[in-house]
Design a protein around this ligand. Structure first.
Ligand SMILES: Cc1cc2nc3c(=O)[nH]c(=O)nc-3n(C[C@H](O)[C@H](O)[C@H](O)COP(=O)(O)OP(=O)(O)OC[C@H]3O[C@@H](n4cnc5c(N)ncnc54)[C@H](O)[C@@H]3O)c2cc1C
Length: 448
Protein backbone atom coordinates (compact mmCIF):
# COMPACT_ATOMS: atom_id res chain seq x y z
CA UNK A 1 0.00 0.00 0.00
CA UNK A 2 1.28 3.48 -0.78
CA UNK A 3 1.49 6.16 1.91
CA UNK A 4 0.12 9.09 -0.11
CA UNK A 5 -2.02 9.29 -3.20
CA UNK A 6 -1.93 12.78 -4.68
CA UNK A 7 -4.81 13.71 -6.98
CA UNK A 8 -3.73 16.36 -9.48
CA UNK A 9 -0.34 16.87 -11.09
CA UNK A 10 -0.44 20.68 -11.20
CA UNK A 11 2.20 22.74 -9.45
CA UNK A 12 0.90 22.00 -5.98
CA UNK A 13 0.57 18.25 -6.60
CA UNK A 14 4.04 17.89 -8.11
CA UNK A 15 5.74 20.06 -5.53
CA UNK A 16 3.88 18.38 -2.65
CA UNK A 17 4.62 14.87 -3.93
CA UNK A 18 8.29 15.67 -4.37
CA UNK A 19 8.64 16.60 -0.70
CA UNK A 20 6.57 13.65 0.49
CA UNK A 21 8.51 11.17 -1.60
CA UNK A 22 11.70 11.82 0.39
CA UNK A 23 10.22 9.73 3.19
CA UNK A 24 6.97 8.24 1.94
CA UNK A 25 5.81 6.06 -0.91
CA UNK A 26 3.90 8.57 -3.04
CA UNK A 27 1.89 8.38 -6.27
CA UNK A 28 0.45 11.26 -8.28
CA UNK A 29 -2.49 10.82 -10.64
CA UNK A 30 -3.21 13.48 -13.25
CA UNK A 31 -6.16 13.42 -15.63
CA UNK A 32 -4.26 15.22 -18.43
CA UNK A 33 -1.13 14.24 -20.29
CA UNK A 34 1.39 15.82 -17.95
CA UNK A 35 2.96 18.10 -20.58
CA UNK A 36 -0.44 19.72 -21.14
CA UNK A 37 -0.78 21.02 -17.59
CA UNK A 38 -0.73 24.81 -17.68
CA UNK A 39 0.26 24.90 -21.34
CA UNK A 40 -2.49 27.34 -22.30
CA UNK A 41 -2.18 29.66 -19.35
CA UNK A 42 -0.15 32.85 -19.60
CA UNK A 43 0.76 33.92 -16.10
CA UNK A 44 2.01 37.34 -15.12
CA UNK A 45 4.31 37.74 -12.18
CA UNK A 46 6.90 40.14 -10.91
CA UNK A 47 10.31 39.77 -12.46
CA UNK A 48 12.17 39.26 -9.21
CA UNK A 49 9.93 36.34 -8.22
CA UNK A 50 10.27 34.83 -11.68
CA UNK A 51 14.07 35.01 -11.54
CA UNK A 52 13.88 33.20 -8.17
CA UNK A 53 11.94 30.37 -9.85
CA UNK A 54 14.43 30.27 -12.73
CA UNK A 55 17.28 29.81 -10.23
CA UNK A 56 15.40 27.28 -8.10
CA UNK A 57 14.48 25.00 -11.00
CA UNK A 58 17.48 25.70 -13.22
CA UNK A 59 15.19 26.79 -16.04
CA UNK A 60 16.60 27.11 -19.52
CA UNK A 61 15.23 29.08 -22.51
CA UNK A 62 14.50 32.07 -20.36
CA UNK A 63 13.86 33.95 -23.61
CA UNK A 64 10.50 32.14 -23.81
CA UNK A 65 9.30 34.56 -21.17
CA UNK A 66 8.33 38.13 -22.10
CA UNK A 67 9.71 40.96 -19.99
CA UNK A 68 7.89 44.26 -19.48
CA UNK A 69 8.81 47.11 -17.22
CA UNK A 70 6.23 49.67 -18.16
CA UNK A 71 2.46 49.48 -17.59
CA UNK A 72 -0.34 51.59 -19.00
CA UNK A 73 -3.79 51.54 -17.45
CA UNK A 74 -6.64 52.26 -19.86
CA UNK A 75 -10.34 52.85 -19.42
CA UNK A 76 -12.92 51.06 -21.59
CA UNK A 77 -12.47 53.61 -24.40
CA UNK A 78 -8.76 52.96 -24.61
CA UNK A 79 -7.90 56.27 -22.94
CA UNK A 80 -4.69 56.09 -20.88
CA UNK A 81 -5.47 56.77 -17.23
CA UNK A 82 -2.08 56.16 -15.65
CA UNK A 83 1.37 54.89 -16.61
CA UNK A 84 3.99 53.51 -14.27
CA UNK A 85 7.14 51.41 -14.00
CA UNK A 86 6.96 47.89 -12.61
CA UNK A 87 9.15 45.03 -13.87
CA UNK A 88 6.89 42.10 -14.78
CA UNK A 89 7.16 38.88 -16.73
CA UNK A 90 4.52 37.13 -18.84
CA UNK A 91 5.24 33.44 -19.04
CA UNK A 92 3.32 30.28 -19.79
CA UNK A 93 2.54 28.50 -16.53
CA UNK A 94 3.22 25.19 -18.31
CA UNK A 95 6.82 26.28 -18.93
CA UNK A 96 7.42 26.62 -15.18
CA UNK A 97 5.50 23.40 -14.51
CA UNK A 98 7.71 21.45 -16.95
CA UNK A 99 10.91 22.79 -15.39
CA UNK A 100 9.60 21.85 -11.97
CA UNK A 101 8.74 18.34 -13.10
CA UNK A 102 12.26 17.80 -14.50
CA UNK A 103 13.83 18.66 -11.17
CA UNK A 104 11.90 16.10 -9.14
CA UNK A 105 11.79 12.37 -9.03
CA UNK A 106 11.06 9.85 -6.35
CA UNK A 107 7.30 9.74 -6.75
CA UNK A 108 5.32 7.70 -9.20
CA UNK A 109 3.42 9.70 -11.81
CA UNK A 110 0.40 8.19 -13.52
CA UNK A 111 -0.93 10.55 -16.16
CA UNK A 112 -4.22 10.48 -18.07
CA UNK A 113 -5.89 8.94 -15.04
CA UNK A 114 -8.83 10.67 -13.47
CA UNK A 115 -10.07 10.15 -9.95
CA UNK A 116 -13.82 9.63 -10.22
CA UNK A 117 -15.08 8.28 -6.95
CA UNK A 118 -14.21 8.19 -3.29
CA UNK A 119 -15.02 5.03 -1.44
CA UNK A 120 -15.40 5.77 2.25
CA UNK A 121 -15.68 3.69 5.38
CA UNK A 122 -16.44 5.33 8.71
CA UNK A 123 -15.51 8.79 7.43
CA UNK A 124 -12.16 7.61 6.08
CA UNK A 125 -11.52 7.24 2.37
CA UNK A 126 -10.22 3.76 1.72
CA UNK A 127 -10.19 3.76 -2.08
CA UNK A 128 -10.33 6.11 -5.02
CA UNK A 129 -12.11 4.97 -8.18
CA UNK A 130 -10.17 5.66 -11.37
CA UNK A 131 -11.74 6.61 -14.66
CA UNK A 132 -11.69 4.13 -17.47
CA UNK A 133 -10.42 1.42 -15.18
CA UNK A 134 -13.61 -0.22 -14.09
CA UNK A 135 -12.16 -2.44 -11.47
CA UNK A 136 -9.16 -0.41 -10.60
CA UNK A 137 -9.08 1.54 -7.44
CA UNK A 138 -6.11 3.02 -5.67
CA UNK A 139 -5.49 2.27 -2.01
CA UNK A 140 -3.35 4.40 0.29
CA UNK A 141 -3.00 5.69 3.81
CA UNK A 142 -3.62 9.36 3.13
CA UNK A 143 -5.03 11.30 0.25
CA UNK A 144 -3.73 14.66 -0.90
CA UNK A 145 -6.24 16.52 -2.97
CA UNK A 146 -4.31 18.96 -5.15
CA UNK A 147 -7.18 19.16 -7.66
CA UNK A 148 -10.26 20.31 -5.77
CA UNK A 149 -11.94 17.02 -6.72
CA UNK A 150 -12.84 15.93 -3.17
CA UNK A 151 -14.80 19.12 -2.53
CA UNK A 152 -17.40 17.85 -4.95
CA UNK A 153 -17.26 14.11 -4.53
CA UNK A 154 -16.80 13.30 -0.87
CA UNK A 155 -19.94 11.97 0.71
CA UNK A 156 -20.02 14.78 3.16
CA UNK A 157 -19.53 17.12 0.27
CA UNK A 158 -17.68 19.93 1.93
CA UNK A 159 -18.99 22.70 -0.23
CA UNK A 160 -22.60 21.59 -0.17
CA UNK A 161 -22.70 21.05 3.55
CA UNK A 162 -20.55 23.75 4.97
CA UNK A 163 -20.22 26.25 2.29
CA UNK A 164 -22.04 28.77 0.19
CA UNK A 165 -21.21 29.97 -3.24
CA UNK A 166 -22.79 33.12 -4.61
CA UNK A 167 -22.62 34.95 -7.89
CA UNK A 168 -20.02 37.36 -6.62
CA UNK A 169 -17.61 34.47 -5.98
CA UNK A 170 -17.80 33.05 -9.48
CA UNK A 171 -15.48 34.44 -12.10
CA UNK A 172 -14.70 33.66 -15.64
CA UNK A 173 -11.14 33.82 -16.88
CA UNK A 174 -10.31 34.18 -20.52
CA UNK A 175 -7.18 34.18 -22.59
CA UNK A 176 -7.12 34.85 -26.30
CA UNK A 177 -4.42 35.19 -28.88
CA UNK A 178 -4.57 37.67 -31.73
CA UNK A 179 -2.36 37.35 -34.79
CA UNK A 180 -1.04 39.81 -37.37
CA UNK A 181 -1.58 42.86 -35.24
CA UNK A 182 -1.95 46.44 -36.47
CA UNK A 183 -2.11 48.99 -33.73
CA UNK A 184 -0.87 52.38 -32.56
CA UNK A 185 -0.57 51.09 -28.99
CA UNK A 186 3.00 50.93 -27.70
CA UNK A 187 3.90 47.26 -27.97
CA UNK A 188 6.71 47.39 -25.44
CA UNK A 189 4.23 47.87 -22.60
CA UNK A 190 1.77 45.80 -20.66
CA UNK A 191 -1.70 47.29 -21.05
CA UNK A 192 -4.20 46.89 -18.27
CA UNK A 193 -7.86 47.70 -18.93
CA UNK A 194 -9.90 48.50 -15.84
CA UNK A 195 -13.53 48.60 -16.77
CA UNK A 196 -16.84 47.88 -15.09
CA UNK A 197 -18.59 47.34 -18.43
CA UNK A 198 -16.44 44.76 -20.18
CA UNK A 199 -14.88 43.13 -17.16
CA UNK A 200 -17.21 43.71 -14.19
CA UNK A 201 -15.35 42.97 -10.98
CA UNK A 202 -12.18 42.26 -12.90
CA UNK A 203 -9.79 43.55 -15.49
CA UNK A 204 -7.93 42.48 -18.58
CA UNK A 205 -4.30 42.60 -19.61
CA UNK A 206 -2.94 42.86 -23.12
CA UNK A 207 0.65 42.22 -24.06
CA UNK A 208 2.47 41.87 -27.34
CA UNK A 209 4.80 39.23 -28.57
CA UNK A 210 6.19 40.57 -31.86
CA UNK A 211 3.14 40.85 -34.16
CA UNK A 212 0.87 38.83 -31.93
CA UNK A 213 -1.02 39.88 -28.84
CA UNK A 214 -2.47 38.03 -25.91
CA UNK A 215 -5.52 39.39 -24.15
CA UNK A 216 -6.26 37.82 -20.81
CA UNK A 217 -8.37 38.71 -17.84
CA UNK A 218 -11.31 37.87 -15.66
CA UNK A 219 -14.81 39.15 -15.02
CA UNK A 220 -17.86 38.30 -12.99
CA UNK A 221 -20.11 36.49 -15.40
CA UNK A 222 -23.27 36.99 -13.32
CA UNK A 223 -22.85 40.75 -13.68
CA UNK A 224 -22.18 40.69 -17.35
CA UNK A 225 -24.48 40.82 -20.33
CA UNK A 226 -21.65 40.63 -22.84
CA UNK A 227 -21.25 37.10 -24.20
CA UNK A 228 -17.85 35.65 -23.46
CA UNK A 229 -17.10 35.21 -27.14
CA UNK A 230 -17.48 38.95 -27.80
CA UNK A 231 -15.60 40.20 -24.80
CA UNK A 232 -12.12 39.93 -26.26
CA UNK A 233 -13.23 41.89 -29.32
CA UNK A 234 -14.53 44.71 -27.15
CA UNK A 235 -11.34 44.98 -25.22
CA UNK A 236 -9.01 44.69 -28.15
CA UNK A 237 -10.98 47.31 -30.06
CA UNK A 238 -11.02 49.71 -27.15
CA UNK A 239 -7.24 49.58 -27.43
CA UNK A 240 -7.41 50.01 -31.19
CA UNK A 241 -5.96 46.63 -32.04
CA UNK A 242 -6.73 45.04 -35.37
CA UNK A 243 -5.79 41.44 -35.95
CA UNK A 244 -7.03 37.90 -36.33
CA UNK A 245 -8.45 36.27 -33.25
CA UNK A 246 -7.34 32.67 -33.40
CA UNK A 247 -7.59 31.00 -30.03
CA UNK A 248 -9.62 31.51 -26.86
CA UNK A 249 -9.60 29.60 -23.58
CA UNK A 250 -12.09 30.03 -20.77
CA UNK A 251 -12.12 28.87 -17.17
CA UNK A 252 -14.86 29.25 -14.59
CA UNK A 253 -13.45 29.55 -11.09
CA UNK A 254 -14.99 30.24 -7.70
CA UNK A 255 -12.75 32.86 -6.21
CA UNK A 256 -12.08 33.48 -2.61
CA UNK A 257 -15.02 32.13 -0.79
CA UNK A 258 -14.26 32.48 2.89
CA UNK A 259 -13.93 29.20 4.73
CA UNK A 260 -14.19 25.48 4.57
CA UNK A 261 -12.98 22.54 6.54
CA UNK A 262 -10.10 21.62 4.24
CA UNK A 263 -9.32 18.24 5.77
CA UNK A 264 -12.00 15.64 5.67
CA UNK A 265 -11.15 12.24 7.17
CA UNK A 266 -7.79 11.35 5.68
CA UNK A 267 -8.07 13.84 2.76
CA UNK A 268 -5.92 16.95 2.88
CA UNK A 269 -6.49 19.76 0.43
CA UNK A 270 -3.41 21.28 -1.11
CA UNK A 271 -2.68 24.11 -3.50
CA UNK A 272 -5.05 26.59 -4.89
CA UNK A 273 -6.66 24.23 -7.32
CA UNK A 274 -9.16 25.08 -10.02
CA UNK A 275 -12.20 24.14 -8.06
CA UNK A 276 -11.00 25.20 -4.70
CA UNK A 277 -12.60 27.98 -2.77
CA UNK A 278 -9.20 29.55 -2.49
CA UNK A 279 -8.39 31.39 -5.65
CA UNK A 280 -6.05 29.78 -8.06
CA UNK A 281 -5.62 32.80 -10.26
CA UNK A 282 -4.98 35.46 -7.72
CA UNK A 283 -2.96 33.20 -5.50
CA UNK A 284 -0.43 33.11 -8.33
CA UNK A 285 2.36 30.71 -9.03
CA UNK A 286 4.79 32.09 -6.48
CA UNK A 287 2.32 32.31 -3.63
CA UNK A 288 1.01 28.84 -4.45
CA UNK A 289 4.53 27.39 -4.39
CA UNK A 290 5.36 28.99 -1.04
CA UNK A 291 2.13 27.83 0.55
CA UNK A 292 2.47 24.32 -0.82
CA UNK A 293 5.96 23.94 0.64
CA UNK A 294 4.75 25.24 3.99
CA UNK A 295 1.61 23.10 4.09
CA UNK A 296 3.42 19.86 3.20
CA UNK A 297 6.04 20.45 5.89
CA UNK A 298 3.25 20.98 8.39
CA UNK A 299 1.27 18.00 7.17
CA UNK A 300 4.24 15.69 7.67
CA UNK A 301 4.75 17.05 11.17
CA UNK A 302 1.03 16.77 12.03
CA UNK A 303 0.67 13.20 10.78
CA UNK A 304 3.77 12.17 12.69
CA UNK A 305 2.51 13.74 15.88
CA UNK A 306 -1.19 12.88 15.77
CA UNK A 307 -2.47 9.33 15.87
CA UNK A 308 -6.04 10.53 15.79
CA UNK A 309 -6.79 11.33 12.14
CA UNK A 310 -9.68 13.58 13.01
CA UNK A 311 -7.45 15.72 15.19
CA UNK A 312 -4.76 15.77 12.50
CA UNK A 313 -7.42 17.12 10.13
CA UNK A 314 -8.34 19.81 12.60
CA UNK A 315 -4.74 20.96 13.06
CA UNK A 316 -4.18 20.93 9.30
CA UNK A 317 -7.35 22.96 8.67
CA UNK A 318 -6.38 25.56 11.22
CA UNK A 319 -2.96 25.92 9.68
CA UNK A 320 -4.38 26.11 6.13
CA UNK A 321 -6.87 28.78 7.10
CA UNK A 322 -4.27 30.92 8.83
CA UNK A 323 -1.96 30.63 5.83
CA UNK A 324 -4.59 31.48 3.25
CA UNK A 325 -7.11 33.72 4.82
CA UNK A 326 -5.32 37.04 4.95
CA UNK A 327 -4.34 37.16 1.34
CA UNK A 328 -7.69 35.62 0.44
CA UNK A 329 -9.54 38.37 2.24
CA UNK A 330 -7.49 41.08 0.61
CA UNK A 331 -8.13 39.58 -2.81
CA UNK A 332 -11.80 39.30 -2.05
CA UNK A 333 -11.90 42.92 -0.97
CA UNK A 334 -10.21 44.06 -4.17
CA UNK A 335 -12.71 42.15 -6.27
CA UNK A 336 -15.66 43.39 -4.25
CA UNK A 337 -14.33 46.88 -4.67
CA UNK A 338 -14.11 46.42 -8.42
CA UNK A 339 -17.63 44.95 -8.47
CA UNK A 340 -19.09 47.93 -6.68
CA UNK A 341 -17.37 50.71 -8.58
CA UNK A 342 -18.15 52.58 -11.74
CA UNK A 343 -15.37 53.35 -14.23
CA UNK A 344 -14.98 56.92 -13.02
CA UNK A 345 -14.47 55.73 -9.45
CA UNK A 346 -12.00 53.07 -10.54
CA UNK A 347 -10.07 55.81 -12.32
CA UNK A 348 -10.05 57.89 -9.17
CA UNK A 349 -8.89 54.99 -7.00
CA UNK A 350 -6.20 53.97 -9.47
CA UNK A 351 -4.86 57.50 -9.56
CA UNK A 352 -4.64 57.59 -5.79
CA UNK A 353 -2.97 54.19 -5.59
CA UNK A 354 -0.51 54.90 -8.39
CA UNK A 355 0.23 58.34 -6.97
CA UNK A 356 0.96 56.70 -3.67
CA UNK A 357 3.27 54.12 -5.26
CA UNK A 358 5.10 56.89 -7.14
CA UNK A 359 5.55 58.92 -3.94
CA UNK A 360 6.85 55.88 -2.17
CA UNK A 361 9.39 55.10 -4.86
CA UNK A 362 10.65 58.70 -4.93
CA UNK A 363 11.03 59.05 -1.21
CA UNK A 364 12.25 55.50 -0.72
CA UNK A 365 10.03 55.07 2.31
CA UNK A 366 8.21 52.00 3.51
CA UNK A 367 4.53 51.40 2.83
CA UNK A 368 4.27 50.48 6.49
CA UNK A 369 5.27 53.94 7.75
CA UNK A 370 2.32 55.31 9.68
CA UNK A 371 2.56 58.88 8.31
CA UNK A 372 2.55 57.56 4.75
CA UNK A 373 -0.40 55.34 5.39
CA UNK A 374 -2.24 58.25 7.00
CA UNK A 375 -1.62 60.44 3.93
CA UNK A 376 -2.77 57.63 1.69
CA UNK A 377 -5.94 57.03 3.72
CA UNK A 378 -6.79 60.72 3.88
CA UNK A 379 -6.76 60.93 0.08
CA UNK A 380 -9.47 58.26 -0.04
CA UNK A 381 -11.49 59.78 2.74
CA UNK A 382 -11.64 63.03 0.80
CA UNK A 383 -13.80 61.28 -1.80
CA UNK A 384 -17.15 60.38 -0.24
CA UNK A 385 -18.26 57.69 -2.71
CA UNK A 386 -15.04 55.77 -2.63
CA UNK A 387 -14.59 56.29 1.10
CA UNK A 388 -18.05 54.86 1.83
CA UNK A 389 -17.41 51.63 -0.05
CA UNK A 390 -13.94 51.22 1.37
CA UNK A 391 -15.18 51.78 4.88
CA UNK A 392 -17.79 49.02 4.49
CA UNK A 393 -15.20 46.65 3.10
CA UNK A 394 -12.74 47.42 5.87
CA UNK A 395 -15.46 46.71 8.44
CA UNK A 396 -16.03 43.35 6.80
CA UNK A 397 -12.35 42.47 7.08
CA UNK A 398 -12.18 43.51 10.71
CA UNK A 399 -15.30 41.51 11.66
CA UNK A 400 -14.05 38.39 9.92
CA UNK A 401 -10.66 38.82 11.52
CA UNK A 402 -12.29 39.03 14.95
CA UNK A 403 -14.16 35.80 14.28
CA UNK A 404 -10.85 34.11 13.47
CA UNK A 405 -9.68 34.86 16.97
CA UNK A 406 -12.39 32.52 18.29
CA UNK A 407 -11.13 29.60 16.27
CA UNK A 408 -12.78 26.48 17.77
CA UNK A 409 -10.77 24.23 20.02
CA UNK A 410 -11.62 20.98 18.27
CA UNK A 411 -12.89 19.47 15.05
CA UNK A 412 -16.45 18.95 16.32
CA UNK A 413 -17.03 22.66 16.66
CA UNK A 414 -15.22 23.55 13.47
CA UNK A 415 -18.13 22.82 11.18
CA UNK A 416 -20.52 24.94 13.21
CA UNK A 417 -17.98 27.73 13.41
CA UNK A 418 -17.36 27.63 9.63
CA UNK A 419 -21.09 27.98 9.11
CA UNK A 420 -21.21 30.99 11.38
CA UNK A 421 -18.21 32.53 9.68
CA UNK A 422 -19.81 32.08 6.27
CA UNK A 423 -23.14 33.54 7.46
CA UNK A 424 -21.29 36.54 8.78
CA UNK A 425 -19.40 36.98 5.55
CA UNK A 426 -22.57 36.68 3.52
CA UNK A 427 -24.58 39.15 5.57
CA UNK A 428 -21.84 41.74 5.16
CA UNK A 429 -21.28 41.15 1.48
CA UNK A 430 -25.05 41.48 1.02
CA UNK A 431 -24.76 45.14 1.99
CA UNK A 432 -22.12 45.74 -0.61
CA UNK A 433 -22.81 43.85 -3.82
CA UNK A 434 -25.64 44.00 -6.29
CA UNK A 435 -28.68 41.82 -5.42
CA UNK A 436 -28.24 39.91 -8.68
CA UNK A 437 -25.08 38.42 -7.27
CA UNK A 438 -26.64 37.12 -4.12
CA UNK A 439 -28.46 34.07 -5.39
CA UNK A 440 -26.74 30.82 -4.64
CA UNK A 441 -24.89 29.18 -7.48
CA UNK A 442 -25.44 25.43 -7.84
CA UNK A 443 -22.24 23.50 -7.38
CA UNK A 444 -22.96 21.58 -10.55
CA UNK A 445 -22.52 24.89 -12.41
CA UNK A 446 -18.87 24.97 -11.52
CA UNK A 447 -17.90 21.79 -13.26
CA UNK A 448 -19.58 22.75 -16.56
C1 LIG B 1 -6.58 31.43 -16.31
C2 LIG B 1 -5.50 31.43 -15.30
C3 LIG B 1 -4.62 32.49 -15.27
C4 LIG B 1 -3.59 32.51 -14.33
N1 LIG B 1 -2.75 33.57 -14.33
C5 LIG B 1 -1.76 33.63 -13.44
C6 LIG B 1 -0.91 34.76 -13.40
O1 LIG B 1 -1.10 35.71 -14.17
N2 LIG B 1 0.12 34.78 -12.51
C7 LIG B 1 0.35 33.75 -11.64
O2 LIG B 1 1.29 33.80 -10.87
N3 LIG B 1 -0.49 32.69 -11.64
C8 LIG B 1 -1.52 32.61 -12.51
N4 LIG B 1 -2.36 31.53 -12.51
C9 LIG B 1 -2.30 30.63 -11.38
C10 LIG B 1 -1.41 29.45 -11.47
O3 LIG B 1 -1.66 28.79 -12.65
C11 LIG B 1 -1.81 28.61 -10.28
O4 LIG B 1 -1.37 29.21 -9.10
C12 LIG B 1 -1.26 27.21 -10.30
O5 LIG B 1 -1.15 26.68 -11.55
C13 LIG B 1 -2.25 26.35 -9.52
O6 LIG B 1 -1.68 25.10 -9.35
P1 LIG B 1 -2.41 23.94 -8.57
O7 LIG B 1 -1.52 22.77 -8.65
O8 LIG B 1 -2.84 24.38 -7.23
O9 LIG B 1 -3.76 23.70 -9.38
P2 LIG B 1 -3.96 23.22 -10.88
O10 LIG B 1 -2.90 23.76 -11.77
O11 LIG B 1 -5.39 23.47 -11.22
O12 LIG B 1 -3.73 21.65 -10.78
C14 LIG B 1 -4.78 20.76 -10.55
C15 LIG B 1 -4.55 19.57 -11.43
O13 LIG B 1 -5.46 18.55 -11.05
C16 LIG B 1 -5.89 17.88 -12.21
N5 LIG B 1 -7.17 17.23 -11.89
C17 LIG B 1 -8.37 17.83 -11.65
N6 LIG B 1 -9.31 16.94 -11.35
C18 LIG B 1 -8.70 15.72 -11.40
C19 LIG B 1 -9.17 14.40 -11.19
N7 LIG B 1 -10.43 14.13 -10.88
N8 LIG B 1 -8.28 13.38 -11.32
C20 LIG B 1 -6.96 13.62 -11.64
N9 LIG B 1 -6.48 14.87 -11.85
C21 LIG B 1 -7.33 15.91 -11.73
C22 LIG B 1 -6.01 18.98 -13.25
O14 LIG B 1 -5.94 18.46 -14.58
C23 LIG B 1 -4.81 19.86 -12.89
O15 LIG B 1 -3.67 19.55 -13.65
C24 LIG B 1 -3.43 31.46 -13.43
C25 LIG B 1 -4.33 30.39 -13.45
C26 LIG B 1 -5.36 30.37 -14.39
C27 LIG B 1 -6.31 29.22 -14.42
Amino acid sequence: MIDFLVIGGGMAGILGASYLSDDYKTTVIERLPIEQVGENIWGIMNEKAFRGIVREFGMEDIDRALFFDYIQIHDCDGRVLVEYNLPLVAVKVGYIHKAMLKTFDGFCLREKISATKLIEKGGIVIKVGLEGKKHEAATFRHLIDASGFSLFTSKKNMIRERHYLFGHNIYKFFQSSIRDIHTDVDKAMLHLVMCDVYTPGGFSVTFFNKNNAIVCGFYNEYMSKIPASERVNYIKNSLGILGILYETHMWRIPMCHPLVDVAYGNIFLLGASTLSIYPKFTSGVVHNMDLTKGMITQLIRIINEQDDISHAGYVYTQSYIYNHIYRGLVNDIIRLLLLTMRSSEIEEVMNIVIGFIKDLSKEKVSILDIPNMATFASKFLGRPNVARIIQKLMNTIIQLYLLLKDFPKDKNNLVEWSREYNENYFSRVKDIVNSRLLSRVPISDLTK
